[in-house]
Design a protein. Structure first.
Length: 190
């Protein structure tokens, strides 16, 4: 997965950072990236997902996500809704991965949300993800579905830190505060 000497995990954290390729994660892994709710996978890591044999999942995301709101944990607005797209599997070569899109910004480009709002949305999305994974694993256990692997370990890029311009340490703090175990893969600098 990466050079062991590059692995890092702060004491008390369940987030492990490893140099390597996110798309090399083991069979059944959950690959996480941050998305806008406009259905655009045209740049950054989302574009890489689209190009790495996940095109069908991208098209499903675009059809279902357009014009939805995302949860604002700091708002008292009862009209704010949580967008829950179905988790899905995608085939990358011979590996099947669960692709997880965290809705962390309403817009993209010049309309990207503020870092504070993105972190707020990230916390809500990760809480929702944690609940959905528990329910999905239980449903799969009850259904005895052997056709696809159950969701495995969580793997991600340093989401929010690219085009959304949120410092990685702030997103990592949100993950740590929620107590999630995750392996974060970052590319080698060339």
């Amino acid at each position: 997965m990466g050079s062991q000497s590059d692995d890092s995990m702060d004491e008390g954290s369940r987030v492990k950072e490893v140099c390597g390729d996110l798309f090399d994660a083991p069979e059944g892994s959950c690959l996480i990236h941050a998305c806008n709710v406009q259905g655009s996978w045209g740049a950054g890591i989302a574009k890489a997902f689209k190009q790495k044999c996940y095109k069908e999942h991208c098209e499903e995301y675009q059809e279902q996500s357009a014009n939805h709101d995302i949860v604002d944990l700091q708002s008292d607005d009862e009209d704010t809704i949580s967008v829950r797209l179905p988790l899905g599997t995608a085939l990358n070569g011979k590996k099947r991965h669960w692709i997880i899109c965290l809705f962390t910004s309403s817009g993209f480009g010049s309309r990207v949300d503020s870092p504070e709002m993105i972190l707020n949305h990230t916390a809500a999305a990760l809480e929702d993800l944690d609940m959905q994974l528990v329910m999905l694993k239980e449903q799969m256990r009850e259904s005895d579905d052997d056709d696809q692997p159950p969701p495995g370990e969580l793997f991600s890029c340093k989401f929010n830190s690219g085009l959304f311009a949120v410092p990685w340490d702030q997103t990592r703090e949100v993950i740590d505060d929620l107590g999630l175990s995750m392996t974060v893969i970052y590319p080698e600098r060339g």
